[in-house]
Design a protein. Structure first.
Length: 538
């Protein structure tokens, strides 16, 4: 068994990689994000972001910094390092960097794609201050101003049309004698009343002070140079659409790419290799925006969540524990922050109002053995109970059975709810709600359902097999534990299936959630309280 292996390594710290890190770490997978330059990626150079849903206005740096904090609070680790080599063909992936070698079960390639800079004088200096590469991102900022579009391909033609919604006038600078895109889009540009076109022409330089004020162009056929200057102390825009360069050089011989070098992925963001997923601008896609990047990251991570446990079980691995969450906005010392291994500061803030509603006390008993799961159960329980004076914990050594956290009331009465797991990922909420319903004001349920629960007379044991990354499992877990709270004949147990391969083999479980009643009846799939009650009432 190896303990130094991460569940997933994400290469690239832009919006796609950060989104993947948030989802993976929140689901309690150990995550390492490797970024060679600046966490946040290209968007950090954008001074104003106004089209990200739910955010009226921010900067690229501020937006991605919040993403980084969010991922780090969930336990993701970050490393600024240059990746020199990757080995992706085996079940255990190896990533060599200038800061060391790292291994993981899964890899998400979020290395991005850079707009091709064409190299005219002043291009680099005025990038973000007049020189732009994305009309969708930045077109609005040039409302009422003159705009030059550099390029004659499909992207340039399409973006030129888009920019007419904002610019007072759009001028296209095309090096070739004609457009290189489809005739239909070229004809649309040519017939547009607000677009002028200069063929056989290139840009030579851009200059100004704090803003772009002057650009020089040359007609390569006549060799005549001409210039454009900003009027009335205003500025103007130069949008460069010379294509993108995907950052796939390090791995394009191992995974499938298209002719332009972009990563080929399926609808789940999976590449041609098992355990290797792609996200963001490095992939083949029609729209390269922060919103589509974070979408890719979410899809890639939730898809990878299904792959990792199988490999871990198959190879009998013990991957790294999730990193201690750190609230980067906190003034705590690193020593104080390191005390929180399972519950981030943001999670604690959200928990406090719930814990304050507890009206009775509870004892969380840890039934443990000499194994890793037991150790993690104790550490989690110790950390969790420290959040409320209504909670305490005890440890009980057992010689047989399965490690578990069992809920007892203040009179040491068994509440018949057990978690054979560290309740992280999607099951953290179900664990909190179990306590809320057991020693708090309780969630409201329909009287007809409550009456039916109380009428169940035959004792029943319910085992719910889950994956902590499963979004459907908590519904079944919360339904069964609520029945147990309301009826003393019912015992509800939740099993993190990744720790119990023998149970998986015994019942041939190939899908979760799986509900097993009295070790005989097996039910698969998502079920609400009404459905669980109906099954138990048969």
């Amino acid at each position: 068994m190896k303990k130094d292996i991460y569940d997933v390594i994400i290469i690239g710290g832009g919006p796609a990689g950060l989104s993947a890190a948030i989802y993976m770490a929140r689901a309690q997978f150990s995550v390492l994000v490797i970024e060679k330059d600046t966490i946040g990626g290209q968007i950090t150079i954008t001074s104003e972001v106004v089209n990200y849903p739910g955010i009226v206005k921010t900067s690229g740096k501020e937006l991605t910094e919040q993403m980084r904090i969010q991922a780090q609070n969930f336990g993701a680790e970050f490393k600024i390092a240059e990746v020199n080599d990757l080995s992706l063909n085996k079940k255990i992936k190896t990533i060599k960097t200038d800061k060391g070698t790292y291994q993981s079960v899964g890899v998400i390639l979020a290395t991005g794609a850079s707009p091709r800079m064409i190299g005219f004088t002043g291009e680099k200096e005025f990038r973000g201050r007049g020189v732009a590469y994305c009309a969708t991102c930045d077109g609005e900022f040039f409302s009422g101003l003159d705009v030059f579009v550099i390029g004659g391909g499909f992207a340039a033609a399409e973006e030129a049309i888009f920019l007419t919604k904002y610019a007072s006038k759009v001028t296209m600078i095309v090096r070739e004698p004609d457009f290189t895109c489809a005739k239909s889009i070229a004809d649309e540009v040519k017939s547009h009343p607000n677009i002028d076109i200069h063929y056989n022409t290139e840009i030579l330089s851009a200059s100004g002070d704090a803003q772009l004020k002057k650009a020089i162009f040359r007609n390569n056929e006549t060799k005549k140079e001409w210039q454009h200057e900003a009027q009335d102390n205003k500025t103007f825009g130069i949008f460069v659409f010379a294509g993108y360069e995907p950052a796939t050089a390090l791995f394009k011989t191992q995974v499938s790419t298209n002719e332009q070098g972009y990563l080929v992925t399926d609808v789940n963001q999976k590449t041609s290799l098992d355990g290797v997923y792609g996200a963001g601008d490095v992939c083949i896609k029609n729209l390269r925006q922060v919103t589509t990047a974070v979408s890719d990251g979410a899809i890639a991570s939730t898809s990878l969540e299904k792959y990792i446990p199988g490999v871990v079980d198959q190879l009998n691995l013990t991957t790294r524990s999730i990193s201690a969450p750190i609230n980067s906005t906190s003034t705590e010392t690193s020593e104080e922050a390191s005390d929180s291994i399972f519950i981030s500061n943001d999670m604690k803030k959200q928990l406090i109002p719930i814990l304050e509603k507890f009206t009775h006390k509870a004892i969380l008993k840890c039934f443990i053995m000499d194994d890793e799961l037991s150790k993690e159960i104790v550490e989690f329980t110790k950390e969790f109970t420290s959040l409320s004076d209504k909670l305490s914990y005890e440890t009980v050594m057992i010689e047989q059975g399965e490690p578990a956290i069992s809920l007892f009331d203040e009179n040491n009465k068994d509440l018949r709810i057990k978690y054979h797991a560290v309740p992280g990922g999607h099951e953290f909420n179900s664990f909190v709600i179990a306590l809320y319903n057991a020693i708090g004001p309780k969630q409201t349920i329909e009287e007809t359902i409550l009456d039916k629960i109380k009428k169940i007379e035959k004792p029943k044991n319910i085992k719910v097999m889950v994956s902590l990354s499963c979004t459907m499992c908590p519904d079944v877990v919360m339904a069964t534990q609520r029945v147990a709270i309301e009826n003393e004949n019912i015992t509800a147990e939740m099993y993190d299936l990744s720790h119990f391969p023998k149970i998986k083999e015994k019942y041939n479980i190939m899908s979760v959630p799986c509900m097993i009643i009295d070790d005989k009846e097996i039910y698969f799939g998502k079920k609400d309280l009404q459905e669980v009650t109906d099954i138990l009432s048969i």
